[in-house]
Design a protein around this ligand. Structure first.
Ligand code: DI6
Ligand code: FE
Length: 429
């Protein structure tokens, strides 16, 4: 028998599923022989197509048709049929902002915060990100991969098929490269697509204490050029406890010179104004944005930059300043939702919980939360051409859900109704 994994013409037919395609209304879901539209995405919430057939050829989605139209398709001969029995099919979930690779943990810091210490106080006292830096520098690449494997398992069980992972706990050339190599190894050893992001401008390392400008020069001249083949974007932390706007702009310049797209941890603890500067420069996303202003939202809307919401950090830091959700929504800014999985501000290893928090804490609708974990998350990674919706030509990264309605995907906490997932048309075990 041919191995379907290696056969580009292997056909999978998903039959009897209810689809939440997350595709925009009017998107062509099937074409006739002349290439003309045969079926378009109806204007329904979640991109709903009930009682439908989805055909995968090789790695990609080939067409989607209502069952009534699909019976005439000749592709059934020799195809592998997967029966939905009324279950739901969505794009595989995308966690577009994580710091999953690191050594150690910060449970003791968490205890201190529960006793009243603030995140900023701990950071200024040399704890926080620098404490994870020390543990990460001390860890071998093998250690980092092994630790990340354990953290990624619950995300995979939730139907996450793509994850972004940042460096940023090395803060020197060798250790940043070690983190990025670990991200690549993880992708080889675990069945998930990884987008590695360079976050060397995350905190000022002890070697450059009181010399943040010198560290930024080192990041721009040495780390970014050396890391450019190991990462697909450059991120930075603009904050009074991290780097200033002019320093971050130098990082953006260096990223652009290296041909890498930018994103930024923006307006998380205070408003610096970096979000709109990044948006003006075509950033993929601006992330956190609790302190984004109403005026900033308009500029984001015009730029196409994604606003990435990280309600896990809001929760763990007991933040009370909410991102300006209503204005973002009114202005049509795409909102992604992600875990921000990290040992300090968001030790959250559940994207579905982040989706639930985005609804309960931030007031997103379950549909917006699901868009935030699929199509908008894909855009935040620059992967919207190949991922994030169910539509012809995109990769067949799929999640199957044993739910009655798509809202149930983010409804219950601590329960993942995902009962199977596919990556590039291959079933994940
Ligand atoms: N903001 C965050 O939420 C993470 N980094 C950042 O700039 C947290 C990093 C950490 O606390 O370890
Ligand atoms: Fe983060």
């Amino acid at each position: 028998m041919t191995n379907p994994m290696h056969n580009p013409d292997h056909i999978l037919i998903f039959r009897g599923f209810r689809l939440a395609t997350l595709a925009a209304p009017g998107t062509i879901l099937a074409r006739d022989e002349q290439g003309k539209s045969r079926f378009r995405q109806p204007n329904r919430p979640y991109g709903l197509v009930e009682d439908s057939v989805l055909c995968v050829r090789g790695e990609n989605i080939e067409w989607i048709l209502p069952t009534g139209l699909a019976v005439r398709e000749p592709l059934y001969a020799g195809a592998e049929i997967i029966e939905g029995c009324g279950r739901w099919l969505t794009p595989g979930l995308i966690d577009c902002h994580t710091h999953l690779i690191y050594g150690g943990n910060r449970a003791e810091e968490w205890e201190a915060r529960l006793r009243g210490a603030s995140y900023e106080e701990i950071a200024r006292a040399g704890g926080g990100i620098l404490s994870t830096m020390r543990a990460t520098r001390a860890a071998s690449e093998d250690d980092l991969v092994a630790l990340a494997k354990r953290r990624i398992a619950p995300l995979i069980r939730e139907g996450v098929t793509t994850i972004e992972i940042k460096s940023g706990y090395g803060l020197d050339l060798e250790s940043e490269l070690k983190m990025l190599r670990a991200a690549h190894r993880l992708a080889e050893e675990v069945d998930i697509h990884v987008e590695p992001t360079l976050l060397a401008a995350h905190a000022i390392p002890p070697e450059f204490a009181q010399a943040a400008d010198d560290y930024i020069a080192y990041v721009c001249k040495e780390i970014i050029p050396a890391a450019s083949s190991l990462c697909t974007a450059v991120d930075a932390f603009c904050e009074r406890i991290a780097f200033s706007v002019p320093q971050i702009e130098r990082v953006f310049d260096a990223a652009e010179a290296a041909g890498l797209p930018i994103k930024v941890h923006a307006e998380q603890l205070s408003r610096t104004g970096i979000a709109i500067i990044a948006a003006d420069r075509g950033a993929l996303s601006v992330d956190h944005i609790e302190y984004l202003t109403i005026e900033d939202c308009k500029i984001l809307a015009d730029s196409g930059t994604v606003a990435t919401l990280l309600p896990g950090a809001y929760y763990y830091l007991r933040e009370t300043q909410m991102p300006p959700i209503e204005t973002l929504r009114a202005d049509g800014v795409p909102m992604a939702v992600s875990t921000d999985a990290n040992p300090g501000s968001s030790p959250l290893l559940s994207l579905l919980t982040a989706g639930n928090m985005a609804c309960v804490q931030y007031g997103l609708t379950p549909e917006e939360a699901l868009q935030g974990m699929t199509c908008h998350a894909a855009r935040a990674l620059g992967l919207e051409e190949s991922l994030g919706t169910l539509e012809p030509g995109k990769l067949a990264d799929l999640a199957i859900w044993d739910v009655e309605t798509p809202a149930e995907i983010v409804y219950a906490l601590g329960y993942a109704p995902c009962v199977g997932s596919y990556r590039g048309g291959r079933k994940r075990t």
